[in-house]
Ligand binder design. Structure first.
Ligand SMILES: Nc1ncnc2c1ncn2[C@@H]1O[C@H](COP(=O)(O)OP(=O)(O)OP(=O)(O)O)[C@@H](O)[C@H]1O
Ligand SMILES: [Mg+2]
Length: 313
């Protein structure tokens, strides 16, 4: 893998205790390692009719009015080591700037070919607890804070939804409900946040066949509708682990881009290989090394680095 981004400087992430009992590692830094890229010549899908019924088009007051507005608990986020509006110069903020840059370029054809459905970005990993939700939230916040585009963060980990908990939002109905009840409108279930361009779709009420719904044709339709109707917006999906559930692989097949989180010194190489097999159908797969430990003598010792390059073309 080639390194195309490199920066130096001593940076620090505030130590934040993990909110979950199964989180053993202290907060550490995220580093992009590499990328898988395939052909990206397909044209962007044409918008469909009636956009306001599902999410409200840019500046659509009706859609906005239907959405709830809730404050994000910034103090809690900061405590957990996430990006916040007050930590724009933190190490995490710098790293996610590097991480998002090629994703945005691919999504909107900025200096590169536009990737089909490139605005649909799924954050996933091979195994539980590797930092999918951490990275999905940071990516969404980073994009929402610094872009002139609206970001929708979808909690698609219906078995273990954590997005509202991490952000400090009250969630009720969401993705599962809109998949089950045809009459529900997505715009009624969205939570608008006080991060101006960040909107959240919670996972929704638990349901015994919840995971099957993610792999259903209703989900296929929903994802395609969102992607086609809103090619000017970014939709970030927080997903279940690829090797623990089958629906994550199905979800991946609808995405334009995948961010595959790999936990430094923990995710086995074989699990990464197997996870890559599960997302083969996606045009662009980016590997993100999370929780890397700075070691004296390595590039990392001097700061952070990230790379997007060819991987196993
Ligand atoms: N780079 C990081 N810096 C600080 N904390 C992190 C980092 N990555 C993950 N964490 C913390 O590790 C814990 C697990 O992360 P997270 O919930 O994002 O994992 P996950 O892959 O989404 O887990 P699951 O498979 O259960 O959904 C959380 O407490 C999270 O805040
Ligand atoms: Mg998660």
């Amino acid at each position: 893998m080639s390194i195309i981004e490199k920066a130096a400087g001593k940076l620090s992430v505030p130590p934040a205790p993990a909110p979950r009992t199964d989180a053993e590692s202290p907060p550490r830094e995220s580093v992009i390692e590499g990328a898988v890229r395939r052909s990206r010549e397909a044209p962007a899908a044409a918008p469909m009719d009636d956009p306001a019924t599902i999410w409200g088009s840019a500046g659509d007051d009706e859609g906005r009015a239907r959405s709830q507005v809730q404050p994000v608990n910034m103090a809690r986020l900061a405590h957990m080591g996430f990006i916040t509006q007050d930590s724009e110069k933190s190490q995490a903020a710098e790293e996610f700037r590097i991480i998002k840059r090629p994703l945005i370029a691919n999504a909107f054809g900025l200096g590169t070919a536009r990737v089909k459905n490139g605005n649909l970005i799924m954050v996933t990993s091979a195994l539980p607890g590797e930092g999918k939700t951490y990275c999905a939230i940071n990516l969404a916040i980073s994009m929402a804070m610094e872009m002139e585009r609206t970001v929708l963060l979808v909690d698609a980990d219906v078995a273990r939804p954590r997005v509202p908990e991490y952000l400090g939002l009250q969630a009720d109905r969401g993705l599962l409900d809109v998949l089950r009840e045809k009459d529900l409108k997505l715009s009624d279930l969205l939570i608008r946040t006080d991060i101006a361009k960040l909107t959240v779709l919670p996972a929704g009420r638990t349901y015994k066949r919840a995971t099957e719904l993610l792999a259903s044709s209703a989900m296929t339709q929903l994802v395609e509708d969102i992607g086609n109707r809103y090619p000017d917006r970014i939709i970030v999906f927080d997903s279940p682990p690829l090797l623990a559930t089958s629906e994550a692989g199905v979800l991946a097949s609808h995405m334009g881009q995948i961010v595959l989180v790999v936990e430094a010194e923990r995710t086995p190489q074989e699990a990464v290989r197997e996870a890559l097999n599960h997302v083969q159908s996606c045009e662009v797969v980016n590997l993100l090394l999370n929780k890397a430990t700075p070691t004296p003598g390595s590039d990392y010792y001097y700061g952070y680095y990230g790379s997007y390059g060819s991987y196993g073309k």
